[in-house]
Design a binder for this molecule. Sequence first.
Ligand SMILES: NC(=O)c1ccc[n+]([C@@H]2O[C@H](COP(=O)([O-])OP(=O)(O)OC[C@H]3O[C@@H](n4cnc5c(N)ncnc54)[C@H](O)[C@@H]3O)[C@@H](O)[C@H]2O)c1
Length: 469
Amino acid sequence: MSSNHNSRRQFLKSSSVVAAGVSMPYFFSAKPGMAFATESKNDRVPIGLIGAGGMGCGNMRAASQWVDVVAIADADQNRQQSANKQLSGGKADIYDDYRKILERDDIKVVHIATPDHWHTKPVIEAMLAGKDIYCEKPLTLTVDEGKLIRRVQEETGRVVQVGTQQRSTFNLFTKAIALVKQGRVGKIKRMSAAIGGAPASPGIPVVDVPKGLDWDRWLGPAPAAQYRWAEKKNKKKWQRDPTNGHYEFRWWYEYSGGKLTDWGAHHVDIAAWALEANGQSNAVVSIDGNAKHPVEYKNGVPQQTDRYNTATSFNFTVKFAGGAELVIRNDTDNGVLIEGDKGRIFVNRKKLVGKPVEDLATNPLPEDAVKEVYKGFDLIEGERKGHWANFLKCVDERKEPISDVHSHMRMLNICHLTGIAARLGRGIKWDDKTEQIVGDSAANSMLKRKYREGYEIEMNSAKPAAVKS
Ligand SMILES: NC(=O)c1ccc[n+]([C@@H]2O[C@H](COP(=O)([O-])OP(=O)(O)OC[C@H]3O[C@@H](n4cnc5c(N)ncnc54)[C@H](O)[C@@H]3O)[C@@H](O)[C@H]2O)c1
């Protein structure tokens, strides 16, 4: 362990806590007999990274004070090499097939940051192989995949944190939820989640697959497709070339849900959490609205295959059983607006504003109000870093993390159902008990997807835990 690095426990002990907007020194009550890695002289967590792209590497840097990346799997050998160099000084074992990581006994924790279409399968297989998992959002591409993940998580008892790190931003989103729970906005009537729209692209030509990228493996469970890429002319520094591969997979419904799941997973999560914290139902009753796509859709399927196909603009109203409404839209300032019968607040990654926030000067939140909505966990500063700290603590203490599978799937279903309504061009009604769309067999068929042959989920993994397959 590098002497420049605090050990995980040291960091957790010496970090500051944020409560009701005030930073103060805090000391963890480290419990004796923590289940994981605490008896070791070196209490750093060996981790297997599956998907070493932008977010996978970014997360490993965020957690670098506590974890050692000992194995890396990626479908692109260029990314295996560069991640190995930057994250572990070239010392990690590298693999084309992530299942090699799942077979290793010395790795008990994995981070999955593959494209969205490649989440459910490794998450299930990792749970069955006895691993704890931090998986990037959105956890699934479909409602039915969520049901399977929920079941296997319950049966295996693995710790699964989803990468919706807004839940670990204590002075912003977490505090907004605390304000709601303390009754400062009253009964929630209406909310809005503004999440931006997907970009459109020109037709992107089929080209040779770049050296080192295993395109068949990258596609995995998704339908067979040719690799597309074009050099973007006059691009600004931050802009990427259009492709159906790295990063830009977000704008193809075959691999993602577009903005509805990419950013919906963040902001719809806050809206659903607000209802739950306020004791109001977040069971969906109906979803209605409109969307524009850059290509024509017929029966929910895009009719052109050479360009981005997820919605560029949309405005949907989600009605909940308790009477509240949520508008999911692309056309206004990114963030979440929560309006109740006593007040309204707006929150995004930069600010938390509204009269209930101003009133804190004279009427502060109770001392532990933020911690209370954070499931009573200690608050470790630093968004992604705090989210990782929460995960690692839950691994130690065998607890359910702040972004757990159940709350995640509850809100992700809202995003998936909105995506189905967008692609079909009609509203839907939802039966929350049976988890079925009412009276619409075409829409119900979109609650699941067909896995490409050879990439089905392996329910009989090498080391099955207590799961009946
Ligand atoms: N929480 C957040 O704020 C946040 C931000 C960005 C991205 N994300 C999420 O992180 C995930 C990755 O996004 P990204 O921007 O890093 O994409 P990316 O394209 O940069 O990285 C994905 C990597 O996964 C690899 N991969 C594909 N198939 C694989 C397989 N079978 N096994 C191993 N590796 C495989 C790819 O080759 C690529 O290197 C997405 O689900 C995205 O939604 C979350």
